[in-house]
Design a protein around this ligand. Sequence first.
Ligand SMILES: [Zn+2]
Length: 236
Amino acid sequence: MTCTALPTIYWSGRKALTFVRAFALGALLLLLPALALAAGGEDEALRAAGLVDPTQLDQTLVLDMRYATTNNFTGKQVYPSARCYLRQDIAARLVKVQQALRSKGLGLKVYDCYRPFSVQEQFWRIMPDNRYVLEPVRKDGVILKSSRHNCGAAVDVTLVDAKGRELPMPTEFDDFTDKAHRDSTKASPEARKNSRLLEAAMVAQGFDPLPTEWWHFDGPGWKNYPPLDLPLPQGN
Ligand SMILES: [Zn+2]
């Protein structure tokens, strides 16, 4: 569950110029979100880092950002706003899933998207149990181990009907029992069928389903994105 770090740039005499250019580009990419954040623009900082809000690409996506409410496993509101951000390509793929589902009278409801790394650390302080929360590791300011949500490369979703009502699924969101596993036979046939339908729609656009959580999908190319600790915007 660790997103890889930025690609290593190897030094050699002949590649010195390439290195300098890459370093300058890297520094600029790191600097842009910091500048936007310093100006009080969390949204701008997230966009400068390559994240977009998929509901601005398709307004039919239903949001139920659970960590912006107390209706989550921590019982606390840990996000300042109910905003979804994903890597640009992954957001575009999610919109394609939504379009395919709409042709069947269905749609997606989104529970979680990009999660700042410091929130992962907060989760760990609340529940330091590897069965429920991925343990984040940061050493000397460098993020060494993170959730794919911290990379803006994972999304938690369920299915809704044309009126936005949730379809029955094997468990509630963030149910950490084995009933939530994709190969579990404990849920009703209808719930399992819905879970498979969601999975097929996501896989068709390149998403990778997590075996232990029916709602969690890693976006295509998730390994290419580094973890971030940019805050979500204040208010909605
Ligand atoms: Zn997830």
